[in-house]
Design a protein around this ligand. Sequence first.
Ligand code: NAP
Length: 306
Amino acid sequence: MNSKRIVIAGGSGFIGHALAQEFSAQNFEVVILTRTPRARADNVREVEWDGKHIGEWIQNLDGAEAVINLTGKNINCPHTPENLDAIIASRVDSVVAIAAACEHVKTPPRVWVQASAVGFYGDTENNFATEISPVGNDALAKICGQWEDAFNHAAAPKTRKVALRIGFVLGRDGGALPVLSKLTKWFLGGAVGSGRQYISWIHLADLVQMFVSVVKRDKLIGTFNAVAPDAVRNTDFMRELRRALHRPWCPPAPEFAVRFGSWLMKSEASLALISQRCTPEKFLEVEFQFQFPQLRGALENLCREK
Ligand SMILES: NC(=O)c1ccc[n+]([C@@H]2O[C@H](COP(=O)([O-])OP(=O)(O)OC[C@H]3O[C@@H](n4cnc5c(N)ncnc54)[C@H](OP(=O)(O)O)[C@@H]3O)[C@@H](O)[C@H]2O)c1
């Protein structure tokens, strides 16, 4: 019997790499849509697309079990007007292209899983954000709102649609944790800004299983917060990271130092300064089993020497 096909658009990056490994291990045929395809040693196939227009790549969606869309310019850059435009365009254009592909193929994918982000809620301060909380009003929230609007308006009547609002993904080999860990090892791992802002994090292994669940379970539909149930304040996050890395104390980093450091590192200070206190209400309702529900266990797992 032919194995079921999963197409991962924007699958060449941090999350896509982990998803490709997991779905391959589960005997799915995995196809990655990328602007720069490479030959690979494993059995994952990379196919060229431009993230904007339909082309030959759409054949891969015909009869696919799922399309997962992770495409988007990385937000870890200065949020200048030009960069914000590129961040939004890369996300909306890819959604529109996939919607057009679903219309063109004979048998569209059974499910479309679309990445979004908890940035949707803006700065939540001390309030909890669940899936029914409204969109925020900072630049990233507006971008997430437009990204999800494009997805919600995509006409794909034969395809079950799921959006995952992803939190700060903790992984060993990508995302922001390796950078934070390096700074902490250099004794630069103190609380950031006031330290009171919440971080909604998720271990990469749990995020991967969330994608697997929504692909496999036909009843899961709509928008889900993809975060651990244990959002923590920045000060507690940094303390747990120092503990995992055996650094008992580091000086706190006041806001001006964070802004200067972000400028030096060509990053964006607001990413570290705003509060995102989100709960995974819908995953808890469907009794999703977290492997790493608590931050301490997640960081001990990821910071352990290989
Ligand atoms: N990592 C996190 O903590 C986190 C948190 C919340 C939400 N998310 C969302 O989850 C998705 C995947 O995250 P990730 O960490 O895996 O990101 P990533 O490593 O930056 O990968 C994203 C992929 O998007 C493609 N891409 C980048 N710019 C593009 C452009 N202008 N046009 C078309 N394609 C472009 C790239 O593929 P090619 O260069 O191969 O074409 C890249 O590999 C993103 O949408 C991100 O916003 C991630």
